[in-house]
Design a protein around this ligand. Structure first.
Ligand code: MG
Length: 338
């Protein structure tokens, strides 16, 4: 097995702003795994929130030695090897995990969703994200998102009410809110969520800092909207301890290290009676398509990272009127654009 990789800069259509910062370019790494004349693609989109940068991804991938493994079918062993190399580095691990899965699907001639026994008709709608901006830009973004029936609105600012007012002037469609830990006290989070209960909101993602799990448990006892853990939910071992503080979890390949761990997290959350969601970072169609193959298993999807960029180097999963449409090409079914 031979792994190669290269850095790619994904350009954002609009500056992407959330409660903790803003970016115009997302630096990712595209990985390619070759074995037996077949190749599989993977991707890492590192997040500084979880201690990763483009350089940590590249240095992790330099250390990955796949020569000891017979072939890419040894997914459990190979991904265990990645965890032995380091505790974190989840995005870098995801690049390898996704490439291995793509290879297996291509080798067998089957799309991943079919290999996993899933029905593509069960793929959910994806939301489309509206980042933090001035009311005028938000109005423009809502117009650009016309074909998406669900919006995910980023809050956690001191002008949350202006943002929601701008969205609501433009549309009556379903909205989900993501505070990205931006409401720093439980009292502020309570006040904001009580207000959002009147604004046609479906759920609230990560209202408070991940460090205040007790505060979130307090909050959940006092609000009617479901609370979904994002920054609080990184890997499988996080899931059981979140059940009192949250109604569901947002799983991202770039937080958990790839498709195998994501699958375990989905089933664990279901066993605990929690809702499941698949989310993303700013990613190309490689990583978005990988997550999309799992999406028939989850309640909610927010797989729009590739829709927010202007230079996606790959073609993959399609979205029609918000609905995730999986292809029947083998593996991920992604194709380089050039
Ligand atoms: Mg989030």
């Amino acid at each position: 097995m031979h792994l190669s990789f290269e850095r790619v800069d994904l350009k954002l259509r609009h500056t992407f702003r959330i409660s903790r910062g803003a970016e115009d370019v997302a630096q990712v790494v595209i990985a390619k795994l070759e074995h037996d004349g077949i190749h599989g693609f993977g991707e890492a989109s590192p997040s500084s929130r979880y201690g990763e940068t483009i350089d940590t991804v590249l240095s992790f991938l330099e250390r990955v030695e796949l020569g000891d493994f017979g072939d890419p079918f040894e997914l459990e062993q190979t991904t265990a090897h990645l965890d032995d190399l380091a505790l974190g580095d989840a995005a870098a691990k995801a690049a390898v995990d996704i490439a291995l899965h793509d290879w297996v699907g291509r080798k067998l001639g089957l799309p991943l969703y079919k290999l996993w026994g899933l029905s593509k008709s069960k793929a959910p709608l994806t939301s489309f994200t509206i980042g933090i901006d001035s009311p005028d830009v938000i109005t423009q973004k809502v117009a650009e998102a016309e074909s998406y029936p669900i919006l995910k609105v980023k809050l956690g600012t001191d002008h949350d009410k202006d943002i929601i007012a701008a969205v609501r002037r433009a549309t009556k469609k379903r909205i989900r809110v993501d505070a990205n830990e931006g409401w720093k006290t439980k009292e502020l989070a309570l006040e904001r969520i009580k207000w959002l209960e009147q604004e046609g909101v479906e759920f609230v993602e990560q209202p408070m800092p991940a460090s205040d799990l007790a505060g979130c448990t307090w909050l959940r006892e006092r609000v009617n909207l479901p609370l979904i853990a994002d920054e609080n939910c990184v890997r499988l071992h996080d899931v059981p301890r979140l059940r009192d503080a949250f109604d569901g979890i947002n799983i991202k390949l770039m937080k958990c290290g790839g498709l195998r761990e994501a699958m375990r997290m989905i089933h664990t959350a279901k066993a605990l009676g929690m809702k499941t969601m698949l989310g993303c970072m700013i990613e190309s169609s490689i990583a978005i398509t990988a997550a999309a193959h799992l999406s028939p298993l989850v309640d909610y999807a927010d797989l729009d990272g590739n829709l927010l960029i202007t230079n996606d180097p790959f073609e993959g999963v399609k979205v029609k009127e918000g609905k995730i449409v999986l292809s029947d090409e083998p593996g991920l079914g992604v194709i380089p654009r050039d």
